[in-house]
Design a binder for this molecule. Sequence first.
Ligand SMILES: [Zn+2]
Length: 329
Amino acid sequence: MKFASDYIVGVDLGGTNIVSLLINGEGKVVGKDTRATLAQEGKEKTLSQIVNSVRTVLEKGQSQGISSTSIKGVGVGSPGPLDTKKGIIHFAPNLPGWNNVPLVSLLADQLKLPIFLENDANAAALAEWWIGAGKKVDNLVLLTLGTGIGGGIIIGGEVLHGAWDTAAEIGHMIIHEGGLVCGCGKRGCLEAYASATGVIKRTASLIKAGRKTLLRELVHDHLEDITCELVYRAAERGDELSQRIVEETARYLGIGIASLVNILNPEVVILSGGMTAAGDLLFKPVRKYARKYALEAAIRGVRIVPAKLGDNTGALGAAATVLKRKGWI
Ligand SMILES: [Zn+2]
């Protein structure tokens, strides 16, 4: 950061929530605003929510004596595909009506501040690199394990965007030709197997095939109520079907991570998202399979670790985008 008195805003634009943070140059949070995204009420509504959320954290800053002149910019992390250079969101799957939205210029008009746009998973990777599990490391890969699988890659201390911002679509790495159908319409993507959605689908299909499991009891035969958390809990209690699902999930992740490690030579691989709450139950077999499938020279010394920053990751990464684009970190 240039001056100790400089502050920045980060906005995590999600289909469920909009989270804004006002932070200082060390990542210390001085103001936070969270609001449910009213995506169904249309694009204009969501845009005004973003503006109001940013204004709310700026007001929180003002009440602590932070003047508007010390705000150096606003970073927005958004689902893609998007164009970071032109500041346009081409399409956002969880935000109906968001097609080719020039978000950067729309927000700049209203907020009168420099605005920077970044893909949400890239922003998460940048946050972990800046002050999280990848601190002091030059090369890392981050996988966000949620309803889908997102990815962010930092190489040589810089976010890997590729030619037109579609790099790091790790969830759509094919790990099984002709395999399960993915949300993208193709078959055999990592996401189709190892996302929360994939885990639940694979579990349900084994149960429907007649496998015995404690899970039936845990959800009182309402199979649609099965969650990843329940699968982990049943696995810990010795349920064979759940243990098989966890082991398979770790194997698929290990296969994906092995390829990433072979191609990119990262020092750290960070797993984030709700599924990582399983802890060692998931991490131990993931590390085992990554070692099994990667080249020895590439995997040696790689740390596969949980993310550190929790709920604020997206907004912190969006704020870090401002610092990165200004060349301050
Ligand atoms: Zn896919």
